[in-house]
Structures are given as structure tokens and as C-alpha cells.
Write a protein that binds this ligand. Structure first.
Ligand code: PLP
Length: 515
């Protein structure tokens, strides 16, 4: 047992140790990390958020009747989101109401649970045959483009829906017709994104939501990523609550709302729909439980931080921050168009770009995006590797390097542009990393679609392939640091049968967390 566990440590030493640990983290500020963090570039806004979070720290969001300050802040946040997403005006379907959740995944999970429950209610009430089918375990479908966020894979698994992924075009866009053709009575929810994280493209929301309305199918817009940037994006197509077929929208305050992690908003059209999201139980001997979201006890700190930030910035503040993102997105797209062998995927609208190799030039002039990301990392910028995906119709979505563009990006544009050009010159002509040896070994060992490796075998494979996190030294466990080059790991993920790749990644993350 460590000294800290038996005796307790000096507070100054505790904080010193935490600072040491934090030194190994990727920089959260300054625009060097193009994923995970959303830096407004305004230190005074961060300070305000910290003070607000500290004021709310002792509260428990479980019970806003005991702590009414939480209800007051949540009302303001829902109202702010509703204005931004054009849900103020009362339209058929009822008043737009909603909840504050702990993040994008929770908002998406709740959107799916709500739609599934409404689907069950509807068919139980209206159709005897369907009621029997439901009683016999018939699963409703969740229709979404292949680029929909993984949170919906999770929701389908947790809430027992059949995930019906609609294949996208090679540029990551999805055809409205392909989506509409999949609608039917057994669809509990159709999901469209604004924008989709992997491609940066806005799905054909107007067409799909209109068709969903005609079918009486719930339609969720996943604006977790773009919800607090697109309202101020010039020339974005209509994608929000102006469209009458849109029944719910998720928008994350901890992304382009610039709040610390742990806060998102889920809006529903109509009180009845919103109330189906809740869980209540009185038949137990404790306090009556009424949970609007998935968690029980929950922190009020991210809510307070988000509240303070939205109060401070107002819509005008968000407009100014978004204007900076728009300039950066255009500048980066233009920089990429000048780099031979590299291209921006599809037609993104919003704060995400994905870089791919340019298939219109000969192979020996192409820039592999994962090798590029590894090389750019050596120059101090972190892009996110996205593996390619084989869709059900055989069309491959290409592997790419994702960039989340934030207001602070503008300050490092010249340096980033130079890093991108230099890195492209180093890797141009080199093909995607190969996973051939690891693949052959796995096949020999009998792993595949039907057989995933257990913890020890998965760890051995990761080590053999040279993609395991570094050992931490004498204290045991791993340091949590990944190898400098991720292209080989991504090649492995892309080529392996999904159950095997997933087992390897689970092992990798689990080992990082093992004492
Ligand atoms: C479109 C979209 N939906 C959902 C999520 C999930 O959000 P979170 O990571 O906050 O759970 C993300 C995260 O990037 C996203 O981009």
C-alpha cells in the first residue's frame, strides 16, 4: 500500500503531484490539439467558469427542489439552447422543452430511449398485432447514416433497438433518398447529424425530417458537435427546430458552448415527449426517485460553469467566436488545397474538417492522412486518426485525419500550415501503414468475426504489434502514454474483424487504468 494511502499526504505535495501528472497531458489550451478540447481563447471566461463551478461544487443535482439554484440555471440553459436552435416560436407538436444532461452521449442515449418508449406506447395503443409483436420481443429499428456518432451504436445496444445503418457515399455524405427509403412503421427513430463528426458534413435534415413527419416517425438531430456553432455559421442549410419534423435535438455545452466537460442539452418538441424521457419510482422504501436523465446524484459544477459562460457571452459572444472558427476553417481548407496529394473530405459545413489522401493524383504523390497526423504530431499539433470503414454495401469510407477547429485555432494558423506542409513533404508517396503481420498471426491463432481474444491474448497481440502503451516503470502498470506513431494501430483497427479490434482496444484502455 502506498504511503499516501496509509498516512495521508501533505496538501501541497498532493497538488504538486497532480501538477506533475498534468504535465504529461496534451495541452488543453492554445490550439495545438484538434480534438477533445474546445478552447475559446478567453482566459477570463475560463476563470469565470472555474469560479461558478466552485460555487456550485457542494450541490447535488439529484434534487433541484432542495437546491433550487440548479433548477434556475438549467431553465436558463434550456431557454438559451431553445433560442439558439430556433425553438422559441410555438409550432405544431407543442412547446419545445428539455433537460440538461451530463454530455453528448447521455443526450443521445436519452433521445433514443424516449423515442423507443414512445414507439412502444404508440403501437401498444393503436395496433393489436403490433402489441403482440412487441410482447414477443420485436425490436424497433434506429435508422441513421453510417457516419452517425458511436453513441447511437451504444444506445441501440443498451435499449435493444436494431441499428439500421444507411451506407454513405465515399465522401461521407448520405443521400436523402437512401435514408427515406428505410423509413417504416417499425422505425422508432431516425437520426441525422449537424454535422456528422467523422466527415464534418450536415446530413439532409430537411428532407429526412419531412419524410419522418409523414411517417409519424421520431426524428432526432444530433447537434452535439455543432449545436453551439452552426446557429452563427454563415449559409448553413436549415437544420434545427424550424423544421417541423425534427422532434428532438442534442447540443453539447461542453463542446462549442466552451464549458468544462459534463454538460449538454437535449430538447424535445412537446411536453409529452419530454416527460417520456424521465424515470420515476415510488415503490421502494427510500426517497421517491424522479430522474430526468440517466444519472442519480450528479454534479452541478459543469452546469454552473456553462450557465456562467452563456450569461457572459450571450448570443453575440458566440457569434464572434464562431466567426473566428469560420475564418480558420476556410484558411485550413485553402491550405490543404495547395498541398499535393492531400484533400478535404466531402463538403463540410461547420467546425470539423477531415483530411484524406487525394485519389485523383498518382499513388506515389498521395499523402496518407494517418502518416501525416503522426508526422504533424512530431511538430506539436495533434490531429485525430479516424480509421476507414467497410459499409454493408461494400463502399468504403476512407481513413482520415479529423480536425476540430476552435476559436483559438486562428492564432496558430501560420505555424499549423507550415507543420502541415512540412509533414506532407515527409510522408508523400508512403502508403497506408500495413497490418499484414499482425493479421496473419491473428488468423493463425483462429481469431476472427466469431472469436475475439481474451485479455491476455489481446495484450500479447498489442505488444507484438508494437502498439501497446509504454510501461510505467517500477510502479507497474502502464504510463498511459501511447506510442508516438498511431498509424500502425489504426491500420490494425481498420483491417481486423470488428470484434477482434474492439477486444484489442478494450484491453488497451483497461490496461491503462489498471493499478
Ligand atoms: C456528433 C456527436 N454526437 C455525440 C457525441 C458524443 O459526445 P460526448 O463525447 O460528449 O459524449 C459527439 C462527440 O464528439 C459528437 O461529435
Amino acid at each position: 500500500m502506498s504511503g499516501a494511502m496509509t498516512r495521508g499526504a501533505d496538501p501541497a505535495r498532493v497538488l504538486e503531484r497532480l501538477r506533475e501528472l498534468r504535465e504529461r497531458d496534451a495541452p488543453t489550451h492554445g490550439g495545438r490539439v484538434f480534438a477533445y478540447v474546445y478552447d475559446s481563447g478567453m482566459p477570463d471566461l475560463d476563470r469565470l467558469a472555474s469560479e461558478a463551478a466552485e460555487l456550485a461544487r457542494p450541490l447535488n443535482g439529484l434534487d433541484p427542489t432542495t437546491f433550487p439554484s440548479i433548477a434556475a440555471m438549467e431553465r436558463d440553459l434550456v431557454a438559451f439552447a431553445r433560442r439558439a436552435l430556433n425553438g422559441e416560436k410555438r409550432r405544431p407538436g407543442g412547446k419545445v422543452v428539455g433537460s440538461v444532461t451530463s454530455g453528448g452521449t447521455e443526450s443521445c442515449l436519452l433521445a433514443v430511449k424516449t423515442a423507443r418508449d414512445l414507439w412502444r406506447d404508440h403501437w401498444r395503443d393503436h395496433d393489436g398485432r403490433a402489441a403482440r409483436a412487441i410482447a414477443h420481443g420485436r425490436r424497433p429499428r434506429l435508422v441513421a447514416p453510417a457516419t452517425v456518432h458511436a453513441a447511437f451504436h451504444k444506445a441501440a445496444e443498451l435499449f435493444d433497438l436494431e441499428l439500421d445503418l444507411v451506407p454513405c457515399e465515399p465522401d461521407g455524405s448520405v443521400r436523402a433518398r437512401a435514408m427515406i427509403d428505410r423509413l417504416g412503421d417499425d422505425v422508432a427513430l431516425v437520426v441525422v447529424s449537424a454535422p456528422a463528426y467523422p466527415s464534418g458534413a450536415i446530413d439532409p435534415i430537411a428532407e429526412v425530417s419531412q419524410a419522418a413527419l409523414a411517417w409519424g416517425v421520431s426524428c432526432h438531430v444530433d447537434a452535439c458537435f455543432g449545436g453551439f456553432a452552426l446557429p452563427w455559421w454563415p449559409d448553413a442549410p436549415e437544420w434545427d427546430l424550424r423544421l417541423p419534423g425534427v422532434t428532438s435535438i442534442s447540443a453539447d455545452l461542453h463542446k462549442f458552448g466552451y464549458a468544462p466537460k459534463g454538460v449538454s442539452v437535449l430538447l424535445h418538441r412537446g411536453r409529452r415527449r419530454h416527460r417520456r424521457q424521465f424515470f420515476a419510482v415510488t415503490e421502494w422504501p427510500g426517497y421517491p426517485v424522479v430522474n430526468p436523465t440517466l444519472l442519480g446524484s450528479r454534479s452541478a459544477s459543469p452546469v454552473a460553469a456553462a450557465w456562467a459562460i452563456t450569461q457572459r457571452l450571450g448570443a453575440e459572444g458566440y457569434r464572434e467566436l464562431t466567426a473566428s472558427i469560420v475564418r480558420s476553417a476556410r484558411a485550413i481548407a485553402s491550405e490543404v488545397s495547395g498541398i499535393r496529394g492531400l484533400a478535404v473530405l466531402g463538403d463540410p459545413v461547420g467546425p470539423a474538417l477531415s483530411l484524406v489522401d487525394d485519389r485523383s493524383v498518382p499513388r506515389d504523390e498521395r499523402v496518407d492522412p494517418h502518416r501525416l497526423a503522426d508526422e504533424v504530431a512530431r511538430r506539436g499539433f495533434k490531429m485525430q486518426h479516424q480509421p476507414g470503414v467497410a459499409q454493408s454495401n461494400g463502399v468504403r469510407l476512407p481513413h482520415s485525419a479529423h480536425l476540430t477547429i476552435t476559436p483559438v485555432t486562428e492564432r496558430s494558423l501560420p505555424e499549423f500550415g507550415a507543420a502541415l506542409r512540412a509533414a506532407a513533404d515527409v510522408v508523400r508517396g508512403r502508403p497506408q501503414a500495413s497490418a499484414t503481420a499482425a493479421l496473419a498471426a491473428l488468423r493463425l491463432l483462429g481469431y476472427g468475426e466469431d472469436r475475439a481474444p481474451g485479455p491476455s491474448a489481446a495484450w500479447a497481440i498489442l505488444r507484438l504489434a508494437g502498439v501497446a502503451p509504454k510501461p510505467a516503470g517500477r510502479s507497474g502498470g502502464t504510463s498511459g502514454s501511447m506510442p508516438a506513431r498511431l498509424a500502425p494501430l489504426m491500420a490494425l483497427v481498420e483491417r481486423l474483424p470488428a470484434p477482434v479490434a474492439e477486444a484489442l482496444l478494450i484491453e488497451l484502455l483497461a490496461r491503462i487504468g489498471e493499478p
